[in-house]
Design a protein around this ligand. Structure first.
Ligand code: HEM
Length: 563
């Protein structure tokens, strides 16, 4: 009987391709080593065996130092061509955004941050949301998260921050909460992100059910060279849904890869998740009138003042064909921008831009950009970069492959045309220094966020903070309660009550030596616990889209409460 199209052909059936080595030699026996006599010993000229086993010995590359657990999918981005009623060209010349209906292929990798490659996806952790657009002008990577802000605002703190989130290097697992909150207690800029991670949004019900954000501030450049500051937001058509800690624990008991499984299965079923891409824009200046610095990634831009403007949509409709090739080896970076999109002077962004390609050269290899998933597949690559480990192709260098340098009178590549406007953006001047930004304002937005959260989110946040802080030293608990009072009376009171610490017990704590309190903040400290609620009338904050609470049940999510 011949095998049908979906049925495997019988073992040894002649229709199947024959097994070979990577040298193309047919493999006649894949079950037995070559030996002297049936019982051994084996000989060293066992080429097929040595190739097979030594390749196997190298099957793993180092996992990502952060975001090791993740999953990749593919699809397309479709531009709207407009920003509000105006052509988008008024704001940016980026080609992929210009025409309504224009589609660009994308690869998207979602991830958790702190855990290793096989860790639980139900962990309380920010989620990575990294999009690679394969545009005609080369690749654009938008490497963001699901929470809109970050823990720190200066790249030099990143390795310390990550060490504090990883297990104890001596005992490995012990005191995870203690380490994390020890760092947070000394880093007031982290308060908004801490509140988001410990709210229900810290455990999304799946990758399909979360928002995404570029987080750092970027710039747009139009054909006249005019620049604007921009922040990116992805809004899921599937809605925002989160799990409680109990639901996540129940899920984790059965399944570590719950988010990957959910996304993969949905795409296989033909339920293609979709997000709308929106931007917030600001003129390209310091904006001294604002209470925060627009380049500070620990802050959101209030949406009542800087409304979200939709510019396109993204649909994910294809799963990976090989997880290793397309997920472990995919490489994103914040330096990967196309004409019309640019960096801002955000101090985190510059650190990130160095770090990503540096780690990828170490993790994947010098020629990581030659791998199919990383190639600029819709643009032509012509470069004089040569050689290095695993060089797979020789990049085009024009008519004479001998001329792998530039400039040359003989042949080779030429420089591309200059952009229309070489000089752009505001003039920058300053002395070399090492200082914090002046407008730190670390407590206002976290306080407002607390008041603008849904009641069930506030309850969940307080319970999660009390639970985690209960595992920490009293010194850390007291400093965290002090910070929470500085954010909002009610938050300080509720977390303090859970830990048995009142405002009077922390009132005398001096500000951190790394802190310079503003006049407002000094006032709050003097009245600690008696400041009254902040005024949030008319404020619309990032994340004010409803967050639906769902329960995890046998791998499916069922709604338990909606707003
Ligand atoms: C100075 C601050 C930061 C540094 C130095 C840094 C560094 C890194 C490094 C080394 C990786 C591993 C990349 C790889 O192995 O391919 C990574 C991954 C990632 N980072 Fe950051 N990061 C920083 C801040 C951030 C922030 C603020 C966000 C969110 C907006 C973010 C989002 C991501 C994402 C989504 C990934 C995973 C990319 C993927 O799926 O392959 N990082 N980061």
């Amino acid at each position: 009987m011949s095998a049908g199209p979906n049925q495997p052909s019988p073992p040894n059936g002649k229709q199947r391709p024959a097994l070979t080595t990577r040298q193309g030699h047919p493999v006649h026996d894949n079950q037995n080593l070559r030996t002297v006599g049936e019982r051994g010993p084996a000989t060293l000229e066992n080429y097929h065996f040595l190739e097979k086993i030594s390749h196997f010995d190298r099957e793993r590359v180092p996992e990502r130092v952060v975001h090791a657990r993740g999953t990749t999918t593919f699809g397309y981005f479709e531009a709207y061509g407009k920003l509000g009623e105006e052509p988008i060209a008024e704001y940016t010349r980026a080609k992929l955004l210009q025409e309504a209906g224009k589609r660009t292929e994308v690869a998207v990798r979602f991830s958790t941050v702190a855990g290793g490659r096989d860790s639980s996806e139900a962990a309380r952790d920010p989620r990575g949301f990294a999009v690679k657009f394969y545009t005609e002008d080369g690749n654009w990577d938008l490497v963001g998260n699901n929470l809109g802000v970050f823990f720190i605002r200066d790249a030099i703190k990143f390795p310390d921050f990550i060490h504090s989130q990883k297990p104890d290097p001596v005992s490995f697992e012990a005191s995870v909460a203690q380490r994390a909150f020890d760092f947070f207690s000394q880093s007031p800029e982290a308060m908004q992100m801490v509140m988001l991670v410990f709210s229900p949004r810290g455990i999304p019900a799946g990758y399909r059910f979360m928002q995404g954000f570029g987080v750092n501030t970027y710039k747009w450049v139009n054909a006249e060279g005019a620049t604007r500051l921009v922040k990116y937001h992805w809004l899921p058509k599937q809605g925002v849904k989160s799990w409680s800690a109990e639901d996540a624990a129940a899920m984790q008991a059965q399944e570590l890869g719950c988010h990957t499984k959910d996304l993969f299965a949905a795409i296989e079923r033909g339920e293609h998740p979709e997000w709308e891409l929106c931007v917030q824009l600001m003129s390209d200046e310091d904006h001294p009138e604002l209470e925060f610095d627009p380049l500070d990634d620990t802050k959101v831009w209030p949406e009542d003042a800087f409304p979200l403007q939709p510019i396109g949509r993204m649909v994910l409709d294809r799963n990976v064909s090989n997880f290793f090739a397309e997920n472990e080896q995919i490489a994103f970076g914040t330096g990967v921008l196309v004409d019309g999109l640019d960096f801002s002077d955000d101090k985190m962004l510059v650190g990130r831009t160095f770090s990503y390609s540096d780690t990828q050269r170490h993790r994947v290899g010098t020629n990581y950009l030659q791998l199919p998933v990383n190639q600029a597949k819709n643009a032509k690559v012509s470069s004089n970069q040569r050689d290095g480990q695993m060089a797979y192709v020789v990049d085009d260098s024009g008519t004479d492959p001998s001329v792998n340098y530039e400039p040359s009178m003989l042949a080779g590549l030429r420089e591309a045309e200059e952009p229309a406007h070489q000089d752009q953006g505001p003039t920058i001047s300053g002395r070399l220094t090492r200082q914090r930004i002046p407008r730190t304002n670390d407590y206002q937005q976290p306080g407002e966020r607390y008041l603008l959260s849904e009641p069930w989110e506030r309850d969940d946040l307080v319970a999660n903070l009390v639970d985690a802080l209960s595992q920490c030293d009293r010194r850390i608990q007291e400093r965290m309660v002090w910070h929470f009072f500085m954010c909002e009376d009610e938050l300080g009171q509720r977390v303090g009550e859970g830990l048995g610490i009142g405002a009077d017990e922390v009132r005398e704590l001096p500000p951190l030596s790394s802190q310079t309190l503003s006049q407002d903040e000094q006032q709050r400290l003097e009245n600690l616990g008696h400041n009254g609620p902040r005024d949030v009338e008319g404020k619309v904050m990032t994340h004010c889209v409803p967050n639906e609470r769902v329960a995890a049940s046998e791998g499916e999510t069922v709604s338990v409460a909606a707003r």
